[in-house]
Design a protein around this ligand. Structure first.
Ligand code: VGL
Ligand code: ZN
Length: 197
């Protein structure tokens, strides 16, 4: 069985001092670095938005960050501007080991957000990661990173739905946790058959 580690969005903007800082986001970096040696394949994901991305509250009149709006593909939380392509905020945390097999960027289409590493938020536009993993014979995935309740959650649920054997190492994740989103994410991951350890 080929087992891959997927390191989700360990980027400056999701760490303390960043535009969309996840509490304790930087605390998991050393732990993730140490885990990398246990896996056949390491994949990093990188949130990678163009300026003026539709998930940014700054482009929606009268809306503030962390409010929700209706997009053509359903409800979407609006965020502070973050992970803009080519900015320091979009870079990986400087201590993260980046000698990965693959870096998959997501959220690069202006009109659609992408929490999951597998599908954009319309839940049907593929990123290509499924094909990469399956064509390399990878059947087992462990997910770590930021944020537990958004990108880790949606990536884990999609991976389970696609037939992968999925584990989330909660000790190597940190959450945004707004309006009960962490509890809801844990329940959704468990319902999808994801192992939370
Ligand atoms: C994320 C909100 C917006 C994440 C990305 O990585 O969890 N959350 N963009
Ligand atoms: Zn984003």
């Amino acid at each position: 069985m080929t087992h891959a580690l997927i390191v989700v969005d360990v980027q400056n903007d999701f760490c303390p001092g960043g535009a969309l800082a996840v509490p304790g986001g930087d605390e998991i970096v050393d732990h993730i670095n140490a885990m990398m040696a246990e896996f056949d394949t390491v994949i990093l994901t990188q949130d990678w938005h163009p300026e003026g991305h539709s998930s940014f509250a700054s482009g929606h009149d009268g809306k503030s960050p962390f409010e929700t709006t209706d997009m053509h593909y359903g409800p979407q939380v609006l965020w502070p501007d973050h992970c803009v392509q080519g900015t320091e905020g979009a870079e990986f945390h400087p201590d993260l080991k980046t000698h990965a097999d693959l870096v998959i960027r997501k959220g690069f289409r202006r009109g659609i957000d992408s929490y999951s590493a597998f599908f954009e938020n319309d839940q049907k536009t593929p990123t290509g990661l499924e094909g990469y993993l399956k064509s390399r014979g990878i059947t087992k995935l462990t997910l770590v990173g930021l944020a537990t309740d958004f990108c880790v959650h949606f990536s884990a649920v999609d991976a389970a739905r696609l037939g992968f054997d999925v584990t989330v190492r909660m000790d190597a994740c940190r959450a945004i946790d707004m309006d009960g989103s962490l509890a809801a994410a844990k329940a959704a991951m468990r319902d999808a058959g994801v192992a939370l350890i």
